[in-house]
Design a protein around this ligand. Structure first.
Ligand code: NAD
Length: 349
């Protein structure tokens, strides 16, 4: 993109408050559907992107990650953390912000909050995977883990796949009560459940979004019936999984970017060459999705940079002509590009 230099000095910044205004002005379900469409379109041109597993800095209590990608026109990255212990301290498990830049000039074109946007794009991603992998007549989803991501996951499934019934379970009943209350009035039939077994009864889709920096077994093999589609999105870094390995062994496993998922996903429990299907190949028709009614399909979702890129580019377009951003003076802009020092001198006053 060859842009007028004077236009590049101020960088639009989308704060949390403005992101929320933007979402409401577009409509939450429309926003989720639109981001799902963007992700699907970007997965369909997968080969055009620079791809690398995200760069994680791990500590005993969590991880801080950078997630970059580029399609040759724009470059984007997200800063994101994952700290399961945060919730008990009154903090978010996941917070994020991201930047979109113009590849031609190298200048940033937008800085944005991404804590809300990550929940939206993660939900949109699960909905895209479900659209391509679940049984076509699916109506009911079990939502295991009723924390920050959960309502977004439920509403994206309604908006994109027409899911009508939700069965909730969380080890903390207060989380389920919060999710029930938040989903009221959104046109979903929601049932709180006392165990994961009860939650997955009659469910065509199971989504797990639990947080624990550990190898958990939220689901064991005997719990999962034939024909179910699972979105396992909570296991997203080394040493953090949600499913018993027997479920993974029995399922057809679909992933975003294998070099990252093999380190971070449910398949970290399996042999390094455990067979997986890349979701972008299903979307483009290069590979098959669900092949029989009885097959268990597993989207081993860890969250990949292209999903953030799709969401950032969507927001970058959506804020045009709206008041939902502030101009951020974050790029030094001397009148003579070589006179950076002179600009500093003159600012002395
Ligand atoms: P959160 O802390 O707000 O909620 C997690 C919930 O899981 C809590 O309510 C907790 O009580 C519940 N839980 C913990 N162990 C459980 C168990 N054994 N059974 C049932 N419930 C259990 O976290 P969040 O922001 O909702 O994120 C959930 C997970 O999703 C995190 O692990 C996060 O890292 C991950 N995540 C993944 C992606 C992705 O792209 N794949 C994106 C965002 C978040």
């Amino acid at each position: 993109m060859n842009m007028n230099p004077s236009k590049l000095a101020m960088v639009p910044f989308v704060s949390v408050a403005n992101m929320m205004k933007l979402v409401h002005s577009i409509g939450l379900e429309t926003f989720l559907k639109d981001v799902a469409t963007e992700i699907e379109a970007d997965f369909a041109r997968w080969e055009m992107f620079d791809k690398t597993p995200r760069l994680g800095s791990h500590s005993d209590v969590g991880v801080i990650e950078l997630m970059p990608t580029s399609d040759g026109e724009f470059y984007g990255f997200k800063y994101v953390n994952g700290h399961p212990k945060n919730m008990a301290e009154g903090l978010q498990t996941v917070t994020a912000f991201g930047l979109l830049a113009d590849v031609y000039s190298g200048y940033p074109v937008m800085l944005s909050e991404m804590t809300v946007l990550t929940a939206l794009r993660t939900a949109a991603m699960s909905a895209v995977a479900t659209k391509h992998l679940a049984a076509p007549n699916a109506t009911t989803m079990a939502m295991i883990g009723n924390g920050a991501q959960s309502e977004f996951q439920c509403l994206a499934q309604k908006a994109v796949n027409g899911i009508t019934h939700i069965r909730l379970y969380d080890t903390d009943p207060a989380a389920t009560a919060k999710c029930m209350a938040n989903l009221a009035g959104h046109g979903l039939d929601v049932t709180p459940c006392k165990s994961p077994q009860e939650a997955i009864e009659g469910a065509d889709i199971i989504t797990t979004a639990t947080a624990d920096k550990d190898m958990q077994t939220i689901l064991t093999d005997n719990m999962v019936g034939a024909g179910v589609h699972i979105n396992a999105i909570g296991g997203d870094c080394p040493g953090k999984t949600e499913l018993h390995r027997d479920i993974v062994a029995r399922s057809t496993v679909f992933v975003e970017y294998p070099p990252q998922t093999r380190i971070e996903g449910e398949i970290q429990q399996m042999d390094p060459d455990h067979p997986v299907v890349e979701l972008w190949e299903v979307i483009t028709g290069k590979a098959k999705g669900r092949q029989s009614a009885g097959e268990v399909t597993l989207f081993d979702g860890v969250g990949f940079a292209i999903e953030d890129f799709s969401a950032l580019r969507y927001v970058h377009n959506a804020i045009k002509g709206t008041p939902f951003f502030d101009d951020l003076d974050m790029i030094a802009d001397p009148d003579d590009p070589r006179d950076l020092f002179g600009m500093l001198q003159r600012a002395k006053g």
